[in-house]
Design a protein around this ligand. Structure first.
Ligand code: GLY
Length: 369
């Protein structure tokens, strides 16, 4: 397939403009019977509630169309309420605010958006546990839980550190990243989803299956968080150790995804049957590979770029719904292994990473992370 990404961008715009019209102020997640339900009503603090706005800010940046800016602002208003409620927020506040307030501030310079982003960064920094040098995941009775996903939230801390010229934020992000390298990344480049630590000593106690097949298996979206998150750690710090870890995670992802036509299984170490895919992992990893290609020397670029492009091509060839009457572009996303309700469905973060990947290749993106 010849990649004609300008025509893909035209289809993305047609689809998202139709969705903007149907959604109004609503926030999308997973469509039901072809249409999104409003996450503002379902769960105002849900971790994915920024991705719709992130996608719209990317398109606003690429095209200047005011519809995208206005619609993205609705999600920012909802996040403001979630910040006031406070109790539903956790380590994923980075996903939520980088895509709403911080993206707005980066593109428009709006002072209130900057304050909201800084507020979120303080919330994230406040979750740091110095006993084990990690940012704790989730709430309730899980003070020792640390997860690979959190890596993608750390750019909120790097951003705040730069805004305030204050090294504390970057130090927390790096201490957490060092612990990721010790406790979550395995020697072969694969990763655990979760490590449960003793919150008083930092000792590693167990590795639950999390959203993967089993303890010790290999959840592909977690792997994509590792690829992209470690690349971003290098992007923000310049420390080669993180780039090398990102490359190891990337090599493992490439080797596995190549075996299934460049579309990832939900878990790279699951039984052969049933065959369940997660296209959201493919889209996120493709963005990570394109980022690594920007960070390495000339002689290495092609490895990461060509594999990222193969993955985008595979998604565009067989996993996209371009019908503007139906919500959701990227099909066959899966929330977790064996999920009864959300296997092979469109999920909002799949669309976000697909749009970011397409805009990256067209050099029309901006770094939201
Ligand atoms: N952060 C949770 C997930 O990737 O599903």
């Amino acid at each position: 397939m010849e990649l004609n990404l300008n025509s893909v961008l035209a289809k993305i715009e047609a689809k998202l403009q139709a969705e903007c019209g149907r959604l109004g102020t609503a926030i999308p997640y997973i469509p039901q019977n072809g249409h999104y339900v409003d996450m503002r009503e379902e769960n105002l603090s849900w971790w994915t509630n920024g991705f719709w706005a992130g996608m719209l800010w990317q398109l606003y940046h690429a095209t200047g169309n005011e519809l995208y800016r206005k619609t993205a602002e609705y999600s920012e208003d909802a996040m403001k309420q979630a910040m006031e409620q406070y109790m539903g927020l956790h380590h994923d506040v980075g996903f939520q605010l980088l895509h709403t307030a911080v993206a707005d501030y980066r593109l428009t310079g709006k002072p209130e958006a900057r304050v909201m982003g800084l507020h979120g960064a303080n919330l994230l920094a406040g979750r740091f546990n110095p006993n084990g040098n990690y940012i704790r995941a989730w709430n309730k009775d899980m003070p020792g839980w640390m997860i690979i996903d959190c890596l993608m939230n750390l750019p909120l801390l790097y951003w705040a550190g730069e805004e305030l010229d204050d090294p504390r934020y970057g130090t927390i992000a790096e201490l957490h990243t060092q612990t990721v390298l010790k406790s979550l990344i395995r020697e072969d480049g694969s990763c655990h989803h979760i490590v449960v630590k003793n919150p008083a000593t930092g000792e590693d106690l167990e590795y639950p299956a999390g959203q993967g097949y089993a303890s010790g298996s290999s959840w592909s979206r977690g792997q994509s968080w590792a690829v992209y998150g470690l690349a971003l750690a290098f992007h923000h710090t310049g420390k080669t150790e993180y780039l090398n870890a990102a490359k190891r995670a990337a090599h493992y992802f490439i080797a596995n995804v190549a075996a299934t036509g460049y579309v990832s299984l939900v878990d790279f170490r699951a039984p052969k049957e049933p065959v369940w895919y997660d296209t959201t992992a493919t889209a996120c990893a493709a963005c990570g590979l394109l980022e690594i290609a920007e960070l390495v020397g000339e002689a290495e670029k092609e490895l990461y770029r060509s594999n990222g492009l193969r993955m985008i091509e595979a998604l565009l060839a067989g996993h996209c719904n371009w019908n503007p009457e139906e919500d959701g572009i990227l099909q066959n996303g899966t929330v977790d292994y064996g999920s009864k309700t959300a296997t092979h469905v469109p999920i909002i973060y799949g669309d976000y990473f697909l749009v970011e990947a397409v805009l990256r290749v067209l050099k029309k993106d901006f770094l939201i992370w």
